[in-house]
Design a protein around this ligand. Structure first.
Ligand SMILES: Nc1ncnc2c1ncn2[C@@H]1O[C@H](COP(=O)(O)OP(=O)(O)O)[C@@H](O)[C@H]1O
Ligand code: SF4
Ligand SMILES: [Mg+2]
Length: 347
């Protein structure tokens, strides 16, 4: 693998879940367009943040990359190898290199297994015998994630939420992965301990050189963690850029609205007020024509209803900064009736 080749290369990635209906014969009557044509790359050791409101297709994307789900269309290449439809057997050699950390540390750990068993499980399945034995490796891993190495005989219920997520991290690290997909790894945790777990993941990323796809529903959490950020809306990437370009020069109205909710964000002339997103995310079974964001966008025109804006480097963007909007923002354009009067600073 050459140095310029991305670790992960996703093109046109699509997942449509069939919707069944009809009586007496149940047949496919539609599709949930959960993920609809994503293009992105992840470099070795890089952290890509994936953000967007609930239901926009983030988890589905994570499950497609880790091949827990079968894509409907598009391609997934890992280290230059097409793994889009690879069989279990074909995937075996790289299974260990791509790991997933789940949102809910309570549900994702087997309550009847000791921590040692949980962490060594992936080693057993993959027939990996580390030098010094699996138990020694489990202790090392517990130490890396900031847990007491002597606690390998305890059960998940004996740990707090934050500690359980550390166990999940240790399990993901057991096979020395090159890529970790972390699906909202701190959303279920108390705000007070979210930062600790994010710091742990950051340490892991930097010291072990592991690439991350870090999924979050808001831009605050990925801010310090991801070098690059992709914003998703209704199954599509609407904007993707290096962190500083995205936070400093958001061009998509949706990105701007999400950023207005981040207390510490200082964006050119973004008002201190929060931009209110009216209405809910439309159903992915019947998404709006043209630009999918148009039903909630204050700038939508006839063109937005008929033409889907391509994800491109619009004028004024730095290379690598792509935006899918016919009328990219150059400053804040949200009208007064979209702004919440409570200043962000007071939040
Ligand atoms: N197995 C499934 N069958 C049908 N629809 C699904 C399935 N999984 C997810 N969806 C739908 O796909 C859309 C995207 O879901 P998801 O990827 O979980 O979004 P997010 O993680 O951003 O909240 C949602 O509308 C969800 O209801
Ligand atoms: S393309 Fe139109 S509707 Fe979509 S975000 Fe841009 S201005 Fe709004
Ligand atoms: Mg999700």
């Amino acid at each position: 693998m050459s140095n310029t080749e991305p670790l992960l290369d996703v093109t046109g990635l699509t997942k449509h879940f069939p919707v069944k209906g009809g009586f007496p014969i149940r047949r496919t009557v539609g599709a949930v367009q959960a993920v609809d044509g994503l293009d992105f790359q992840v470099a070795q050791g890089e952290s890509l943040g994936l953000v967007g409101e609930s239901g926009c297709g983030k988890s589905t994307t994570g499950r497609l990359i880790t091949r827990l789900l079968e894509p409907t269309g598009g391609t997934i290449s890992y280290q230059g190898k097409d793994i889009t439809h690879a069989s279990r057997k074909q995937l075996a050699p790289i299974r260990s290199e791509i790991q997933m950390i789940f949102q809910d540390p309570y549900a994702s750990l087997n309550p009847r297994q000791t921590v040692g068993k949980i962490i060594s499980g992936p080693m057993e399945i993959n027939d990996i015998d580390p030098a010094g034995g699996r138990e020694k490796r489990v202790r090392e891993l517990l130490e890396i994630v900031g847990l007491n190495p002597e606690h390998f005989n305890r059960f998940p219920h004996e740990f707090s939420g934050g500690q359980r997520q550390r166990i999940g991290v240790a399990r993901a690290l057991a096979l020395e992965p090159k890529l970790i997909v972390a699906d909202e790894p701190v959303s279920a945790l108390d705000v007070s301990i979210q930062a600790q777990v994010v710091n742990l993941l950051q340490k892991v990323q930097e010291e072990l050189g592991i690439a991350f796809v870090f999924i979050a529903h808001d831009l605050a959490i990925v801010r310090h963690f991801s070098q690059r950020v992709a914003v998703m809306y209704l199954g599509k990437i609407v904007e993707i850029a290096d962190r500083d370009d995205l936070y400093g020069n958001p061009r998509h109205p949706y990105t701007r609205a999400l950023l207005s909710a981040v207390p510490e964000a200082t964006v050119d002339d973004t008002p201190r007020e929060r931009i209110r997103l009216t209405g809910d995310v439309p159903s992915p079974i019947n998404p709006p024509s043209g630009c999918r964001f148009r039903t909630r966008c204050w700038k939508a025109t006839e063109k937005c209803a008929t033409e889907a804006p391509p994800l491109v480097q619009v004028e004024g963007n730095k290379p690598g900064h792509l935006t899918a909007c016919h009328y990219p923002e150059t400053g804040n354009s949200a009208p007064a009736d979209r702004l919440d009067k409570t200043p962000r600073a007071a939040a």
